[in-house]
Ligand binder design. Sequence first.
Ligand SMILES: C[S@@+](CC[C@H](N)C(=O)[O-])C[C@H]1O[C@@H](n2cnc3c(N)ncnc32)[C@H](O)[C@@H]1O
Length: 172
Amino acid sequence: MTLKELFWAKGFEYYPTDKDTHHQYLTIYSELFSKWEKETINILEVGTYKNGGLKLFEEYFAKATVVGYDNTLHPGAVGLTRARVFIEDFYSGLRELPELTIAIDDGTHQIEHQLSFVKKVYPKMVSGGFVVVEDVWDGFKQRFDELDIPYTVIEFYPPKDEPNDRLILFRK
Ligand SMILES: C[S@@+](CC[C@H](N)C(=O)[O-])C[C@H]1O[C@@H](n2cnc3c(N)ncnc32)[C@H](O)[C@@H]1O
């Protein structure tokens, strides 16, 4: 089973995340991440909202350590079994990060924060790991090029519900 299949098996009410509803990201995540389904890896998501992404990850990646950050405790967030959420501002935070295999920024979607996310997590990635920046707005190229790290842009046409239906991927 892929991440996308698991999501749709239980649906949005169970996994309240927009990663395959307003956006179209789980197709890509299924292709790139399924090889780690049974591996002991560390996964980070910044911007957890109602915990739907974290819940999907903790159930799919049964041996992973899943950690999220959100600066707000959102009412209605679903309960988590193994994943842990820090309620704090990730971008200005100083908490030490572990080695990471998957790191996803789904926080403010502001380019300065997206760039700071990549600068902060890229050095912590294991070889072959992915840094993903979700929901990247038009006009990103010049700023992301300044990072001087090769990246791939994946955008969906037509965008589903949001004009920023676009991911940027960095592979370590
Ligand atoms: C688009 S939502 C996340 C959706 C979630 N990842 C999902 O898949 O359903 C963006 C989240 O980023 C959080 N956020 C905003 N500023 C933040 C910050 N400085 N640090 C961490 N999280 C932040 C918001 O509170 C909000 O919950």
